[in-house]
Design a protein around this ligand. Structure first.
Ligand SMILES: Nc1ncnc2c1ncn2[C@@H]1O[C@H](COP(=O)(O)OP(=O)(O)OP(=O)(O)O)[C@@H](O)[C@H]1O
Ligand SMILES: [Mg+2]
Length: 966
């Protein structure tokens, strides 16, 4: 294979381009390695430091807030802030995660606890539990108040203190995380009552329970967004990338190694939400590449290189390193895994993620064998996941969006994997296509499926969440919300949903479907590729739970400690009832005397008329209402306190029960997962069928052949444009061994780029098992699609357009084969006419050797004479009609054989309403420039032809000049 960099040696112009010709440049780390004591990670720049985020709040739009508006402790003042090592924020070694608090400060006991935590999590928003509320102080309060639209506590802004109730944590945390903030949640480990009963006045215990970031959030909560928020741990060692890509919502971990090119593709495909890295194991160029992603991730740096040492793997997996990982001989991936483990451990979710992790090897070779190679450029240029709307990238208008008619969140996620991983095996593609074909003609089947499936929650994530409950937690956090009961309810509803899946599959089975792909999903056979029998498993688990007044609890006899506490509660409640009878007896057994739960539990409510004259001496007033007074006696108070504490114990006794129950559940993880995976697959196949039945244009089943040079597509349209535009004009192309390269010319706006994209999209659609937007398509599976379309985002990576063009074209020469599809739109546009046209020629000439199916547009009409001589090239153009009198152009959008005589740029200007006088001047200028350009081109060509050993270039030059003179 030729290397384009060698083939086409650039000269003088190269130096004027900003892009460096080297691919990777190791950046010398600016900071020295520093041992982190308390805070494990550091933000790459102190930009998530609360102080600098203040500008994001609604209240304060300016860069800084006015310190005079708030009563801040002195050590929080901008002029005073230091990290734990007394470094100021302008120090290159400043650690934004820590805060220096000078000795001798006087805090209340609760605030003492607050600052103990805050000083090692200064970069995070601290949500500090006080009773039923999360409260935020000082800079955190100032940052968050505007974002969450909270009222200042006691309406006093000066105190910089806000809060929100326990039950709004998930909603509020999600909003803050979306803003790129990190959160640390601090819970109470005992209730105030328990503290009062047991410790008489000591401060309530508290602990950190959650550290929430964009990726870790999904390990705790079921986000409404079905998209995975991937965590990517990466280690770069001399162009070799060790990676761990983790979806913490489903606990899937992909571990492996890849080269720079595959790393780039990986991040474009997965679009990670958070990157964990070390400054010594990630080059400046890679950082730039990551930052250039359409939605840049949050960066979490683990500064201490020791925490990336592969030797530490055995510390994280003391018993057994998962087999699949142990089989990896890869050094960098082990480092990335160790870094990932460290991060998860410090985020307090190691057990609930790695502990139940499903590890998969990310194997570059296997991926290339099984799937079409769709690199980051192809994904971007063909708008597979995101479409370009102006400078924005949006899902609407992408191929994924067009094909997504899935009913479940897990189906949507699988479809996204399908569209980015078209298959290579004709057998597998046809299996999907058979299933889609059968569903197209059986609409009733997917209607039945949709009706049930659209009601399903995100079962895949729920499965991971429930599995995590099988891990014993040491947390003592107490919640006012009944967490244990809620978990049990969640579990019961999961089981019911799984049972409903099974009955859904039996309903679908009654349609007697025949295609192998569908039969393998729905047939209720033994657990062997077909839908598993879930009912016995569900019944077994349900048998451990009983219903207690609508609340689930363990059946008697399953959990002794739970039963014991329950009977203690019963005794206490009986004793309280006896106390009530005793108190009523004091007033002639008056039934109006009752227990109420108002300010406290079991307050004795007595009608006023009974006590206004003589109140028993031992009655301690608690609260009252109109006509009634409420009291505690010593006995009642003591029993009520005991009851509260014992009920709390009962809640805690649910934990070991849930643990035990979830272990039984987790033992069959594979079966639950299989059932959900099969439903996802059905959802995707049904989605592809629904697309065919809902489009106004023709879609047909693609066919495959063994001749790798063959690709015939008749009456093809662009699926997204044709859905929006009436009368979209279809086109046909036929690639063969002798006609493998279509060179396309035509006026601006004539539909050139559109037809290029159409072919790419149809190929991808066919290989994922979808119908294609054409009357007919036959081809042999394409191994790669190489694209060069439009300006690339790599400009942000610091590469010039020309460099990117060279790099992209060069990719083909490194990896392309006869089975590849090459789509090049105006190659050479990023440089001078001379260089650009020579590059275009050189690329086409080189492609003649390996003969990939190529679609190539160009505006360099001057080189067409040369190009048409290249073997395999077919000259085509997009048809249009020029009205000689009005000089207006009508686009016909039809692909025609032969070259288009002119590019009609000025006619387009006319169409756009530009003043006729201006156009006339432009026409004159264009003629002059064209002459200049041709001269420059002749010089360039002369050189090139000499290099190629063509001794007599005069006929070529003559031809160019003749054309000009005509
Ligand atoms: N086959 C078609 N049928 C109907 N309208 C079309 C067709 N192809 C393209 N168009 C319309 O023409 C517009 C321009 O098409 P396109 O961008 O492909 O032109 P182009 O030849 O690549 O132009 P340029 O040379 O400026 O890049 C499209 O946005 C679409 O609205
Ligand atoms: Mg174009």
């Amino acid at each position: 294979m030729k290397n384009l960099f060698n083939y086409f040696t650039r000269e003088s112009k190269q130096s004027s381009n900003t892009g460096p010709p080297t691919i990777v440049e190791k950046e010398t780390p600016k900071t020295s390695v520093k041992k982190l004591e308390q805070s494990p990670t550091s933000t790459e720049a102190p930009k998530t430091c609360p102080a600098s985020l203040i500008k994001k709040t609604k209240r304060n739009d300016s860069d800084s807030f006015d310190e005079g508006d708030f009563d801040l402790p002195k050590f929080l003042k901008k002029s005073e802030i230091k990290d734990s090592n007394m470094r100021r924020p302008d120090d290159p070694d400043y650690d934004p995660t820590t805060l220096y608090i000078p000795p001798g400060q006087k805090f209340t006991p609760a605030m003492q606890q607050y600052w103990e935590i805050k000083k090692s999590h200064f970069d995070k928003i601290l949500l500090f539990k006080l009773g039923k509320f999360y409260e935020l102080f000082y800079l955190d309060a100032i940052t968050v108040q505007g974002i969450l639209d909270l009222k200042w506590m006691g309406d006093e802004q000066k105190k910089a203190h806000v809060g929100f109730p326990e039950k709004t944590l998930e909603k509020n945390a999600a909003i803050l995380i979306e803003k790129g903030l990190k959160i640390v949640v601090v819970e109470q480990t005992e209730t105030t009552v328990k503290n009062r009963v047991q410790k008489a006045g000591k401060v309530v215990g508290r602990e950190i329970t959650e550290i929430l970031t964009k990726s870790t959030f999904s390990a705790h909560y079921m986000s409404s967004d079905h998209e995975p928020a991937y965590l990517l741990s990466v280690v770069e060692i001399q162009d070799n990338f060790g990676i761990v890509l983790a979806d913490l919502s489903t606990c899937e971990f992909f571990v492996g190694e890849c080269n720079r090119e595959d790393f780039r593709n990986l991040i474009y495909r997965s679009r990670p939400s958070e990157i964990v890295y070390n400054q010594y194991f990630l080059s400046g160029n890679t950082l730039k590449m990551i930052k250039a992603l359409p939605i840049p991730p949050v960066f979490s740096m683990i500064k201490n290189s020791d925490e990336w040492n592969p030797i530490k793997l055995s510390e994280y997996f003391p018993e057994d390193v998962p087999k699949i990982i142990a089989s990896l001989p890869m050094h960098s991936s082990m480092r990335a895994l160790v870094g990932c483990c460290y991060y998860l451990k410090n985020s307090l979710i190691f057990d609930r993620t790695i502990g139940i992790g499903q590890f998969k090897v990310y194997q570059q070779d296997l991926i290339h064998q099984r799937y079409m190679n769709l690199d980051s450029q192809a994904l971007e240029h063909l708008e597979i996941l995101l479409a370009n709307v102006g400078k924005e990238k949006v899902v609407k208008g992408s191929l994924y969006d067009f094909l997504n008619k899935c009913s479940t969140p897990f189906g949507k996620r699988l479809l996204k994997k399908w569209v980015t991983s078209p298959l290579m095996s004709v057998e597998s593609i046809n299996k999907r296509l058979d299933a889609v074909t059968e569903l197209i003609s059986n609409k009733e089947v997917y209607k039945v499926f949709d009706k049930a499936a659209s009601k399903l929650p995100d079962l895949e994530r729920l499965l991971a969440k429930l599995s995590a409950y099988s891990i014993k937690s040491n947390s003592k956090a107490v919640y006012f919300e009944d967490v244990g009961t809620n978990r049990l309810k969640e579990f019961c509803s999961f089981l019911k949903f799984m049972q409903s899946l099974q009955s859904l599959m039996s309903d679908i089975e009654s349609f007697d479907l025949q295609s192998e792909g569908l039969v393998n999903i729905i047939k209720l056979q033994s657990y062997d590729g077909c839908f598993p029998d879930l009912n016995p498993l569900c019944n077994e688990l349900f048998s451990k739970i009983q219903n207690n007044n609508g609340e689930p609890e363990p059946i008697e006899g399953f959990c002794d400690s739970y039963d014991d506490v329950k009977s203690e509660i019963k005794t206490l409640k009986n004793s309280l009832q006896n106390e009530l009878l005793t108190e009523r007896a004091r007033f002639g057994n008056n039934p109006e005397i009752k227990f109420v739960d108002s300010k406290f539990r079991y307050e004795l409510e007595v009608p006023m008329y009974l006590v206004d004259k003589s109140k028993p001496k031992d009655y301690e007033e608690t609260s009252g209402r109109n006509g009634f007074q409420r009291y505690y006696t010593k006995n009642i108070k003591s029993l009520a306190d005991k009851l509260v504490v014992t009920e709390e114990r009962l809640k805690n006794e649910l934990k070991p029960f849930i643990n035990q129950l979830m272990s039984l559940f987790y033992a069959n993880f594979e079966i639950w997962k299989k059932a959900i995976d099969l439903v996802s697959e059905f959802d995707c196949l049904a989605s592809l069928a629904k697309v065919v039945n809902s489009t106004a244009f023709t879609m047909s089943r693609p066919y495959f052949c063994s001749d790798s040079s063959e690709m015939e597509i008749q009456e093809l349209v662009h699926p997204i444009l044709a859905s929006r535009v009436d009368n979209f004009i279809p086109n046909s192309v036929h690639f063969t061994e002798d006609n493998h390269c279509f060179v396309l010319t035509g006026p601006n706006m004539g539909g050139k780029s559109t037809i290029l994209r159409e072919i790419g999209l149809a190929t991808i659609m066919a290989q994922i098992g979808s119908y294609v937007p054409a009357e007919y398509m036959k081809f042999s599976p394409v191994d790669s699609i190489f694209t060069r379309l439009g300006a690339s985002d790599s400009l942000i990576e610091g590469k010039s357009t020309f460099f990117v063009e060279m790099e992209e074209a060069n990719k083909f020469f490194k990896k392309g084969t006869k089975n590849s599809l090459v789509i090049m739109d105006e190659l050479g546009r990023g440089t001078s006419t001379e260089d650009g046209s020579a590059l275009a020629y050189a690329v086409l000439d080189a492609l003649a050797e390996s003969k990939p199916k190529t679609m190539f547009t160009t505006h360099y009409h001057m080189i067409l004479i040369d190009i048409r001589e290249i073997p395999g090239v077919v000259m085509t153009h997009m048809d249009s009609v020029l009205n000689a009198t009005t000089k207006t152009l009508t686009f016909l959008y039809k692909l025609k054989n032969g070259e288009c005589p002119k590019s009609y740029g000025l006619n387009i200007a006319r169409l756009a309403g530009i003043n006729e006088n201006i156009i006339k001047v432009a026409e004159k200028k264009a003629a002059e420039e064209e002459y200049e350009q041709k001269l420059a081109l002749v010089t360039g060509m002369l050189k090139k032809l000499k290099e190629k050993g063509i001794q007599n270039p005069m006929p070529y030059i003559q031809e160019i000049l003749n054309e000009y003179n005509n």
